[in-house]
Design a binder for this molecule. Structure first.
Ligand code: NAP
Length: 258
């Protein structure tokens, strides 16, 4: 299937590794010109070069801390100047810490807000004029399966992701007339550094992963490219009538019917 992504310009955030990197690779493999952003300039530029080597398509690395408003403004301006248009925005960021509700103070809440909700609002607001100008666009937000069923100790993540769900719904409503779609992708357990770092320290990592897979119908953790495949489809011409949705990529782990 030709996803008609050749020469589309995609911004992929938090993309030096993990889910963002997999999305950047998948979009680039479909012919998109990709601009990736995250904080570590060295890692980011290594990732851009590695993707470009595999796909043969241009990948630009622009360092940015998505929790910093000024950095985001400069990043989007530079990204827009690079190819003269923006067709696709993948909103993504590092995850907030896990802990019980009682252990988070105002500072922790504020940080999570800036990293996982305000950053998505800022980038979206800044790319929309470019999408409105071309009369089409795709905004895709990476959130978490915790918006569908309770995940212990994820209060910061869940609260901010629920905000993204609401925001995406409102944006889908407001920007549908411009042919801009807005959707969320909710990972369950996809094997990245984020998941490796949250494994219990007192267990053998392989055992800990085995333990986690017990509640997943497909019997294994997901691979980043399995999530990237959905994002790439949502970014494509074929997904033109899908907007305002939240789709899980979780091997069937979420048992809720609605
Ligand atoms: N993997 C899963 O199963 C899963 C499940 C549910 C939700 N999620 C969520 O999906 C998102 C991505 O997760 P992942 O598994 O890909 O994590 P990861 O492998 O740890 O990668 C995180 C990426 O985010 C970048 N990043 C972190 N803070 C940033 C910031 N302030 N500004 C810009 N970039 C930043 C990191 O690069 P730098 O360090 O260079 O900035 C890195 O490229 C997270 O929000 C996570 O909570 C993941």
């Amino acid at each position: 299937m030709d996803l008609k992504l050749t020469n589309k310009v995609a911004i992929v955030l938090a993309a030096s590794k993990g889910l963002g990197k997999a999305v950047a690779l998948a979009l680039s493999a479909e012919g998109a010109k990709v601009i990736i952003g995250s904080r570590d300039e060295v890692e980011l530029s290594k990732t851009a070069k590695a993707i470009q080597k595999i796909t043969g398509n241009e990948v630009i690395a622009l360092p940015v801390d998505v929790s910093n408003g000024d950095e985001i403004t400069n990043f989007i301006e530079e990204a827009a100047d690079t190819f003269g248009r923006i067709d696709i925005l993948l909103n993504n960021a590092g995850g907030p810490p896990f802990n019980k509700f009682e252990n988070f103070d105002d500072v922790a809440w504020q940080k999570a807000f800036e990293l996982n909700l305000l950053s998505f609002a800022r980038t979206s607001r800044l790319v929309l004029p470019y999408m409105q100008k071309t009369g089409s666009g795709r905004i895709i937000n990476i959130i978490s399966g915790s918006v569908k069923s309770v995940l212990a100790s994820s209060v910061l993540s869940t609260s901010m992701r629920m905000g993204v769900v609401g925001m995406a719904k409102l944006m889908a409503d407001e920007f549908g007339p411009y042919n801009i779609t807005v959707n969320n992708v909710a990972p369950g357990l996809i094997l990245t550094d984020r998941i490796k770092h949250t494994l219990p320290k007192d267990m053998d990592p392989e055992e800990a992963i085995k333990e986690k897979t017990k509640s997943i119908p497909l019997g294994r953790l997901g691979k980043p490219e399995e999530l990237a495949a959905l994002v790439t489809f949502l970014a494509s011409a074929q997904a033109s009538y899908i907007s305002g949705t939240t789709i899980q990529v979780d091997g069937g782990a979420n048992r809720s019917i609605f």
